[in-house]
Design a protein around this ligand. Structure first.
Ligand SMILES: N[C@@H](CCC(=O)N[C@@H](CS)C(=O)NCC(=O)O)C(=O)O
Length: 226
C-alpha cells in the first residue's frame, strides 16, 4: 500500500504543484491521479476521496483522506520524521510553518490578478497597488526567514523545506508576470523554478493543450526560459 495523490493540472494548478512537490522532493512514494479540473469531471474523478473536493487530495496507505494542502504537509511531516519536510531547528520550523500558513490564507491580490501558468512570461503586465503590496509582504517574509535561518541565499531555511514548496507557485507568478522584485528575490524565484523536479513538472505541463486557454489575459509574452 502507498499514498494516492490526486492532482489537477500541471500548467495552471498551483496547489497541485505544491502537493506533488511534497512527495517528490522528500522521496515519499505515491500513486498520482490527475482529475478533470477543466473538463467537468472533477467531482466524479474525486468521488473515491469524498468528501475531499479540491486538489491536491490524498489517501494515506491506511485509508485516511486528507483534502487540504497544509493538512497534507503536516501529516507527511508527522509520518516521515526523517524526510526533512520542515526545518530541524525549532525557530526555523515555527517560522516555516508561519510562512506556509500566511501563504495559504493570504496574497489574494497576487493570486487573483496573476494566476499561475507556465504558458508564457507575460510582457507589459502592470501590477495593481494591491499586487505590489502583496509582493512587498512576500519579500518581507522571505527576508525574515533568512534572518531566522541564516541562509543569505538559496533555499529559505538552508535545506529545501516545505516553505520552498509552498512558495514555488508564488515564484512562478512573480516570474510569469515579470513582476517588480529585488534581484535577490528574483534569484530565489529562478532557483525554485529551475530545480530539477519543478523543471520536470514545467516541461510536462505542455503535454496538454486547452482551447480556449484558461486565465488568458490578452497580453503578449515570451516562452518560459529553461
Ligand atoms: N486551500 C486548498 C486550496 C486548493 C485549491 O483551491 N485547489 C484548486 C486547484 S489549484 C481546486 O481544486 N479548484 C477546483 C475548484 O475550486 O472547484 C488547499 O490548500 O489545498
Amino acid at each position: 500500500m502507498t499514498y494516492d495523490l490526486y492532482l489537477g493540472d500541471r500548467m495552471y494548478s498551483s496547489w497541485s504543484l505544491r502537493g506533488w512537490l511534497m512527495f517528490e522532493k522528500f522521496g515519499i512514494p505515491c500513486n498520482t491521479h490527475f482529475v478533470g479540473l477543466y473538463t467537468g469531471t472533477m467531482a466524479q474523478d474525486l468521488a473515491p476521496l469524498a468528501p475531499a473536493r479540491l486538489v491536491p487530495s490524498v489517501r494515506t496507505p491506511d485509508g485516511t483522506v486528507i483534502g487540504e494542502s497544509l493538512a497534507i504537509a503536516e501529516t507527511l511531516a508527522e509520518r516521515h520524521p526523517d524526510a526533512g519536510l520542515w526545518p530541524a531547528d525549532p525557530a526555523a520550523r515555527a517560522t516555516a510553518r508561519w510562512l506556509c500558513a500566511e501563504m495559504t490564507a493570504g496574497f489574494s491580490a497576487l493570486r487573483g490578478d496573476c494566476p499561475m501558468q507556465f504558458q508564457r512570461v507575460y510582457t507589459g503586465f502592470v501590477p495593481s497597488e494591491a499586487v505590489r503590496a502583496d509582493l512587498a509582504r512576500i519579500e518581507t517574509l522571505w527576508s525574515h526567514a533568512r534572518t531566522v535561518s541564516g541562509a543569505s541565499s538559496g533555499w529559505l531555511f538552508g535545506a529545501y523545506s516545505l516553505a520552498d514548496v509552498f512558495y514555488t507557485p508564488v515564484a512562478a507568478r512573480i516570474l510569469g508576470y515579470d513582476l517588480p522584485v529585488s534581484p535577490e528575490t528574483r534569484n530565489y524565484c529562478e532557483a525554485l523554478l529551475t530545480e530539477p523536479a519543478t523543471l520536470d513538472w514545467r516541461h510536462k505541463a505542455h503535454d496538454i493543450h486547452y482551447d480556449p486557454e484558461p486565465y488568458a489575459i490578452g497580453l503578449a509574452g515570451q516562452p518560459w526560459p529553461i
